[in-house]
Design a protein around this ligand. Structure first.
Ligand SMILES: [Zn+2]
Ligand SMILES: [Zn+2]
Length: 362
């Protein structure tokens, strides 16, 4: 029996309850959680915007220590430190064969179907196939990536979503080159990771756009060369003015709303690349007229989970952290217990702070 934060139904607060974990299948791994970040996608799941079966234990950005392994598991052993991936890849489909494991649908189906546990006799799912808002979770073997034991697990946890999504967007999706200009619209945990990634890529100018002065200050700490407070100024005009008129080479949208996607497209220079990282709702649309799509010559790039291969990128990004080139710890603005998640959701909705991290007592 473990304590976990349960979402009984869409729109409800999370409740800390006792969960009985199911027996492990041969290819599952049970992990004692050390830390779990609170991500905007957890909020989308709570609101039912991100379709996922309930009741479930949300949380998908976690790291911990392997507690027990199924009989067929070879990748890890008890005691190994791991980061969890919420994108299991089957390694044997058209997407995986094309080097795009972040698009694998087989792995997702298998992850959702994998047994997790029950609460009060009712079957409970592991939210986003990971369920990191509990003292322990169990996931498929292919969802655990072993890491160096010297890395703090609260830092490692953020590589499970925010860091991989943001840094991956810059390096894997946008392919920012040294000397290019970058603007990021939305500076929560993922947007701030975009800024860190743009520094690593050697961008000459990194413009941070957000509505929160606190987040913009953090953006400057992490390497933004310019900040635009969109609550005070027209963000599109401000970014274009900073580049002398044409707009930036690369824009990266991390909000997932039609208005901000449209603005992000508009502040990209002709021929530039507009990368969409924000996960919006299927009820929102964005309009472009047919002439501007042609004449602007811009590329619009969708980006899922930083277009990452977790097996390669988790370790790569943590190596950059160890080398002092990816200050992931700066993203953690609050450490909370399981009972603090509802308040963290409220703060996130208000656009406050960067990342709240649930820390589990060891
Ligand atoms: Zn996330
Ligand atoms: Zn696959």
């Amino acid at each position: 029996m473990i304590k976990a934060a349960l979402l009984r139904d869409y729109g409800k607060d999370l409740e800390v309850v006792d969960v009985d974990l199911a027996p492990l299948t041969p290819n599952q791994v049970r992990v004692r959680m050390a830390a779990s970040g609170v991500c905007h996608s957890d909020l989308s799941l709570q609101h039912g915007k991100f379709p996922y079966p309930v009741p479930c234990v949300p949380g998908h950005e976690g790291a911990g220590v392997v507690e027990e392994v199924g009989e067929a598991v070879t990748r890890v052993s008890p005691g190994d430190h791991v980061v969890l991936s919420s994108f299991p890849a089957c390694r044997d489909c058209v997407y995986c064969d094309a080097g795009q494991p972040f698009l694998c649908e087989n792995g997702m189906a298998e992850g959702i179907a994998a047994p997790y546990g029950s609460a009060g006799g009712e079957t409970v799912f592991a939210g986003m196939m990971t369920g990191t808002f509990g003292e322990m979770t169990q996931v498929l073997e292919r969802q655990v990536v072993p890491i160096d034991r010297e890395i703090p697990l609260d830092v490692a946890a953020l590589v499970g979503c925010a860091v991989t999504t943001g840094v991956g967007a810059v390096l894997n999706a946008a392919h920012v080159q040294p000397g290019e200009t970058v603007a990021v619209v939305g500076c929560g945990g993922v947007g701030l990771s975009v800024i860190m990634g743009a520094v690593v890529a050697g961008a000459s100018r990194i413009v941070a756009v957000d509505l929160s002065a606190e987040r913009l200050a953090l953006a400057e700490t992490l390497g933004a060369t310019d900040v635009v407070d969109a609550s005070q100024a027209d963000g599109v005009a401000a970014v274009k003015a900073l580049t002398g008129g044409p707009g930036v080479d690369h824009s990266i949208e991390v909000v997932g709303r039609s208005a901000t996607i449209r603005q992000t497209y508009d502040l990209t220079r002709r021929g530039g690349t507009c990368t969409i990282v924000g996960a919006g709702g299927s009820d929102e649309t964005v309009s472009f007229d047919t002439m501007e799509i042609f004449f602007s010559g811009r590329r619009i790039v969708g980006c899922v989970y930083g277009n990452a291969d977790p097996d390669r990128d988790f370790v790569r990004f943590l190596d950059l952290y160890k080398a002092g080139r990816l200050p992931i710890d700066t993203l953690i603005t609050e450490r909370i217990g399981l009972d603090g998640i509802n308040d963290a959701f409220v703060a996130m909705e208000a656009g406050e702070g960067a990342r709240s991290v649930v820390v589990f007592p060891s």
